[in-house]
Design a protein around this ligand. Structure first.
Ligand SMILES: [Zn+2]
Length: 301
């Protein structure tokens, strides 16, 4: 399918004043990664349009990223779940009998839901997940798929329903993260808990252009941009971690509905900081790679 591109303004501050970071992404799929000069949010612009992404997730995503979803794939009945251990360390785990409904947005095959079910045996399990292969696994564990599309109106008739919402490495894939977080605010129970994790762009892995930058990652968050995004959705961050022994390149947090009105803190210094991290690393990596290519060529010839 021929992919169409669209232009977008900054999701946080609505500016369209950007600094170009890179046009190279993983698997040589084309990207246009920019930073908002006003607030520092990283995002793809122009990017594939909604139809192009939908087509990619339905027909190509599993081939690139979910090779474990083959015939002999088995969900593990018990695993050490980093979400449960991190929430436990923060003392944010809800009481066992207080959790009736758990929603995992971007659940994949449902491993997190299985692990939460061992902690909360009475809870009903729900998922938002586009992959048809994952749907089979989800129904086998008794989880109900409420939508295959996070941009649909799955929040309707689910106000205040979920005591726990999980979003593990999905926010960075979305086309409208503010709209999704507003829906999450709506469906969270008044004292419900949100766990969210995304790649931390202040501590990226090696090989930015062949690994870290990806066509499927439409947004590139850090602690400041997450705070601003959550403020727009009136979600209050309770605890945040930037890397631990489980994953050094991850930012993870616990949040709930804000009890007071939150406003974003737009600061150009956040742009300068993020730009320096990316550009210093790109300079290092692009110095090395051409040298390596020359060496390989000289060995081949
Ligand atoms: Zn911005």
């Amino acid at each position: 399918m021929e992919k169409k591109f669209e232009k977008v303004d900054c999701a946080i501050c609505a500016a369209n004043d950007t600094h170009e970071v890179s046009t190279k992404g993983q698997f040589d799929l084309p990207i246009n990664l920019v930073l908002c000069k006003n607030c520092g949010l990283g995002y793809l612009n122009p990017r594939w349009d909604q139809n192009a992404y939908l087509d990619f997730y339905q027909n190509e995503y599993d081939k690139y990223y979910r090779s474990e979803l083959t015939a002999d794939f088995k969900l593990s009945p018990k695993s050490d779940n980093p979400i449960l251990s991190r929430l436990g360390n923060w003392k944010h785990l809800p009481k066992t009998d207080s959790v009736k409904n758990i929603l995992d947005i971007g659940s994949g095959a449902g491993q997190n839901l299985i692990d939460f079910k061992t902690q909360y045996p009475a809870a009903n399990l729900f998922a938002i997940e586009p992959s048809p292969d994952s749907h089979k696994h989800l129904s086998s564990i008794g989880a109900k798929v409420i939508s295959g599309d996070v941009d649909s109106d799955w929040d309707k008739n689910n106000e205040g329903k979920y005591e726990v919402v999980i979003m593990r490495h999905v926010l960075e894939h979305f086309l409208d993260p503010v709209a999704v977080m507003k829906k999450v605010h709506k469906v969270l129970a008044p004292d419900g808990l949100l766990y969210l994790a995304v790649p931390n762009n202040l501590k990226p892995s090696k090989n930015l252009e062949s690994r870290w930058f990806r066509v499927v990652h439409t947004y590139y968050f850090n602690k400041s941009s997450l705070y601003n995004l959550f403020a727009l959705a009136q979600l209050e961050i309770l605890s945040v971690g930037e890397g631990d022994q489980i994953n050094q390149q991850e930012i993870f947090l616990a949040a709930r509905r804000a009890k007071r009105v939150l406003t974003p803190k737009i600061d150009r210094a956040d742009f300068m900081k993020q730009r320096a991290i990316f550009e210093d690393q790109l300079t290092q990596e692009n110095k090395f790679i051409p040298r390596l290519k020359r060496k390989i060529n000289s060995l081949l010839n």
